[in-house]
Design a protein around this ligand. Structure first.
Ligand code: AP5
Ligand code: MG
Ligand code: ZN
Length: 213
């Protein structure tokens, strides 16, 4: 199964990705996670990407596209993958199409998680993530059992530096102008599944499973 998860910042892509990879046994490829790992490790890519991410802007295509192509060419992606946060503009979508057709493969589904922008700031600003294992929580909507402590690995929870009101607003604007046009792009290809992401986390996953069945 080859899937794209599409949706605005805070829509629940990462949350649902964790459920999907568990059920479908495909690798989860999040460009945001790859950039954050590079920032943490202080690589050249991380240094170049950091300022864009902290401002809520897209990292330039020339840094992003090659990275995804090389990840997709790894052995574990042979039978399927789930892209989360890529493509994010028309250029990236066309780049991906070209990569897939050159490799004789195609996409099965684009899962489009729709959430009213009004809900997104609270979602992002209340998010807490585990630095160690990557698990995601929300102080109100999906709290960890013990405040500030990861349920999965017991390490400390933290906030992403781009999860403040100002940067989240920028990210939403970038989504509306650059990424949302992909909804029409994939609707025209007939492979999109629109999912109501304002429902509770389990119900969203039920709808995604039904769309992928
Ligand atoms: P990225 O890491 O992809 O961030 P994003 O797209 O802004 O999305 P988020 O990770 O913020 O949200 P999510 O949809 O995963 O939500 P989550 O499940 O965590 O990208 C970060 C940056 O990297 C970009 O701004 C850009 O700079 C750069 N970048 C990445 N990819 C790029 C690309 N292709 N090109 C160029 N630049 C790129 O949920 C959010 C919160 O809500 C959590 O707390 C969760 O618990 C809660 N929640 C989830 N679902 C529900 C629900 N149904 N009800 C209530 N609460 C919920
Ligand atoms: Mg995410
Ligand atoms: Zn953890």
């Amino acid at each position: 199964m080859r899937i794209i998860l599409l949706g605005p910042p805070g829509a629940g892509k990462g949350t649902q990705a964790a459920n999907i990879v568990d059920s479908y046994k495909i690798p989860h490829i999040s460009t945001g996670d790859i950039f954050r790992k590079n920032i943490k490790e202080g690589t050249e890519l991380g240094k170049k990407a950091q300022e864009y991410i902290n401002n809520g802007q897209l990292v330039p295509d020339e840094l992003t596209c090659g990275l995804v192509a090389s990840r997709l060419s790894e052995e574990d992606c042979k039978d399927g993958f789930m892209l989360d946060g890529f493509p994010r503009n028309i250029f990236q979508a066309e780049y991906l199409d070209k990569y897939l057709s050159e490799n004789g493969i195609g996409l099965d589904k684009v899962v489009n998680i729709e959430v009213d922008p009004k809900l997104l700031v609270e979602r992002a600003c209340g998010r807490r993530i585990c630095k160690t294992c990557g698990a995601t929580f929300h102080v109100k909507f999906n709290p960890s059992k013990q405040e500030g402590v990861c349920d999965v690995c017991s390490n400390a929870l933290t906030q992403r530096p781009d999860d403040n009101e100002e940067t989240v607003s920028n990210r939403i604007n970038v989504y509306l102008s650059e990424t949302k046009p992909l909804v029409s792009y994939y609707t025209e290809k007939g492979i999109i599944a629109d999912i109501d992401g304002a429902q509770d986390i389990n119900k969203v996953f039920e709808d995604i499973k039904a769309a992928l069945a």
